[in-house]
Design a protein. Structure first.
Lengths: 499, 251
């Protein structure tokens, strides 16, 4: 497997504790005054030139937030966050309207290039041939990218072609201007402004994010993708993503996240809302690689994210796939509300923790409609001194007859100073529901490592191979090219975990 | 120079002495059988040669091409051409046999400073080799040893050996758990790999395997050392008389 070896080579090149994406881009930026108040909310709204209803919506959320308490039930420990000592808005200084990629600050484009995100048009033009792990040439994939730098979207590609297909893919701030009726109709209907502490904060101060609308019967002609980058110091990132697949529509969406290495913690509190109407499908994939902090647990992103999908229509489907390797703290439960009869929710997760990272992640599958089905495959890998918790809820309401769920949670431990925890909540309020739950915890065995090493692999190569095997079921759910990226990322995250 | 020289080797596991002054020489191209009763230290010898942890070498040395390998890690020994066909091959879930072979081969080549195989060259090598051994393409796609029958596991070991082309192959009870047909197939695979450039240590309890893989020399082990060395007829003699006499000699 070339990916494994490439990874190991790359891992060797960097010192322990070096986060590959830890550089800072030097661009001038414009920030809101430090701290959070109604004025901050008004400042952001004014910057975005928002209509009155949007400002009121934000202010409502802000006032609500003032009455809320930070949740403390997750298995994570972190110092108290000082919400008044952070910037809630930061934008690279440049012309507000961009006609094409050429007008984007070259420094920013360079950043995305360094991240290996060539806003892929360039790569396509260069005629790059992609191969899978057995060396077969992959069919040309086209991916439309929205790049979000700190608080604003800097570039969106393939806009015209998408428009011809009727697909709307644009920064949220533009959607508020151009499609207020759609935003009004859907924003906050899956994750209400009152939902939870972090989601409510996001509702008040969100700056940008992606908006996608796929009209009835349309299969989105390409993958859509957003890359989030936190650059500024002391800046929180609060993006808001809303994706709607109308009747019979289909869209596959991927988000990637990175941040510079900084000694202080940075807050990331995003909200993602998905809506599927009858027979529609959304596939949402995340490769999360925020800066995890150093070996002593200094710095790193606090990732408190609310992601929820609403299968509103009959026979609709929402599928979450996540590869979580970064962040000092991960608090994230992408969920599905299975409202439409016959709808289906899926959650595939790889969560890797190393060093001092703390992960508390999982999903909620809420069965409301008849004959709804859900599937959860979670693979947790703990190394170093990290703690990795799977927390999941599966519930079938009284009317959700014949609801079915299958859950499989596997944990793999590397070394003897890390922890893996599984906290499943299962609730069936009718007698025809069938829930299955499987869980396992294992260690990479000495015998397995010795077997691989006897064949010539180093300890790192052997671990990478075994781990890639462990997460294979989930990797297969990712779009192919991202699966290869994810595979590399996994090995890098486990760097230094083999004693 | 002999390929392998084991000199007065003493090995302990958790303070229990397993090898007790073992001395053994393997010539280039030689196929040596090592026979002996249970607990005589045969499998320990194979693990110690391959460099497994947890074996404490208290005295003696192992020389490959005249140089000690005691300080080398298992992967470095593998790159120098030592291959161990495991008595109990390990399952590696989720890793396709094809991927495993390629990772192993390229890892060894890299350690030796050789160029890695390109994808087409590697595929060609695997296809040809597996065809000769009667291993199907479907088998190559399956995860390493997961759900394999005893015969398939052993055949998979021989396939790896054929791909990695070691200079010293150690077959640890390759006959255990095989029916007669599987035994024949596996033996044919091994015989095809016999060459003046390759030495083999064939560890077995029974003479049966040696009908198929005919050794140049037979060593009898008892209580952690070699107690008798002879030609292939020694195996037949053991079959007839059992190991009892050697146990007594060693005692």
């Amino acid at each position: 497997m070339p990916a494994v070896q490439e990874t190991v080579d790359r891992v060797r090149q960097i010192d322990v504790d070096q986060y590959k994406y830890g550089f800072v881009t030097d661009v001038e930026s414009e920030k809101a005054p430090i701290g959070l108040s109604e004025d901050t909310v008004r400042y952001i709204s004014a910057k975005k030139n928002e209509p009155e209803w949007m400002l009121e919506w934000r202010l409502g959320a802000y006032r609500r937030w003032l009455t809320m308490r930070e949740p403390d039930w997750a298995r994570v420990n972190y110092p108290k966050i000082d919400y008044q000592n952070a910037y809630y808005y930061s934008a690279p200084k440049q012309k507000p309207e961009l006609a094409s990629l050429d007008e984007v600050d070259p420094q920013i484009l360079e950043t995305y290039k360094k991240l290996g995100i060539p806003l892929r048009e360039q790569e396509m033009l260069a005629g790059v041939v992609r191969r899978d792990q057995d060396g077969n040439v992959l069919p040309e994939r086209r991916v439309a990218v929205d790049a979000v730098f700190d608080s604003v979207s800097v570039a969106t590609t393939f806009k015209e072609e998408l428009k011809r297909a009727g697909v709307i893919f644009m920064p949220m701030s533009e959607a508020i201007q151009e499609h207020p009726e759609l935003v009004k109709k859907y924003l906050g209907t899956v994750v209400p402004t009152s939902d939870n502490f972090f989601a409510t904060l996001n509702s008040a101060v969100f700056s940008d994010g992606s908006f996608v609308y796929v009209p009835p019967g349309v299969r989105c002609p390409m993958e859509l993708s957003t890359y989030f980058r936190i650059n500024e110091a002391n800046t929180g990132q609060f993006e808001r993503t809303l994706i709607i697949a109308d009747k019979g529509a289909y869209v596959s969406y991927l988000e990637g996240c990175t941040a510079p290495m900084r000694d202080e913690n940075q807050l990331h509190a995003a909200v993602v809302e998905l809506v599927t109407h009858d027979d529609a499908e959304i596939k949402y994939s995340t490769v999360q690689n925020w800066y995890p902090g150093d070996a002593d647990g200094k710095g790193g992103i606090f990732n408190f994210v609310t992601k929820r999908g609403d299968c509103r229509g009959k026979n609709s489907k929402i599928s979450w796939t996540q590869v979580e390797t970064g962040s000092a703290i991960t608090w994230k439960y992408p969920s599905c509300i299975l409202r439409g009869d016959g709808s289906r929710g899926e959650f595939y997760s790889i969560a890797i923790s190393n060093g001092m990272q703390q992960v508390d992640s999982g999903t909620k599958m809420i069965h409301l409609g008849k004959n709804t089905t859900s599937r959860i495959i979670s693979k947790g890998i703990s190394a170093g001194k990290s703690n990795n918790t799977y927390r999941g809820l599966v519930t079938a309401h009284r009317k959700a007859t014949n609801a079915r769920n299958f859950t499989n949670c596997d944990s793999l431990l590397i070394g003897d100073q890390c922890g893996a925890h599984t906290v499943p909540y299962i609730e069936a309020k009718n007698s025809s529901s069938v829930f299955e739950h499987e869980a396992s915890t294992s260690k990479i065995s000495e015998d397995m490592l010795f077997y691989c090493r006897q064949r010539g692999m180093s300890a790192e190569e052997a671990t990478a191979l075994v781990v890639n095997g462990f997460v294979k079921d989930v990797l297969q759910q990712l779009p192919m090219e991202f699966a290869v990226e994810a595979q590399k990322l996994i090995s890098i995250s486990l760097e230094g975990s083999v004693g | 120079m002999s390929l392998l020289e084991i000199k007065n080797l003493h090995v302990e596991v958790e303070d229990k002495k397993i090898l007790n002054g073992l001395t053994l020489t393997i010539e280039k191209g030689q196929v040596a059988a090592i026979m002996g009763p249970n607990g005589s230290g045969k499998s320990t010898l194979s693990y110690v040669l391959a460099g497994k942890d947890a074996y404490n070498i208290t005295e003696g040395d192992i020389l490959l091409d005249g140089e000690s390998i005691l300080e080398l890690a298992p992967d470095e020994r593998a790159a120098k051409g030592i291959f161990l066909a495991f008595q109990y091959p390990v399952e590696v879930p989720g890793v396709a046999t094809m991927t495993f072979l390629r990772t192993a081969l390229n890892a060894q080549r890299k350690l030796r400073g050789e160029a890695e195989y390109s994808t087409p060259d590697f595929l060609k090598l695997v296809r040809e080799t597996s065809a000769k051994l009667g291993v199907s393409q479907e088998h190559l796609r399956r995860a390493v040893n997961v759900g394999f029958s005893g015969g398939e596991k052993k055949r998979n070991e021989i396939l790896q050996m054929a791909i990695l082309q070691p200079r010293l192959a150690i077959l640890d009870e390759t006959d255990s758990g095989l029916d007669i047909d599987a035994l024949k197939t596996v033996s044919e695979g091994v015989n095809r790999l016999r060459s003046p450039e390759r030495s083999m240590i064939v560890i077995t309890h029974y003479q049966r395997l040696l009908n198929y893989i005919v050794p140049d020399v037979v060593h009898v082990m008892s209580k952690g050392r070699v107690v008798k060395t002879g030609g292939k007829e020694l195996a037949l003699e053991l079959e007839a008389k059992g190991y009892a006499q050697y146990s007594d000699e060693a005692a």
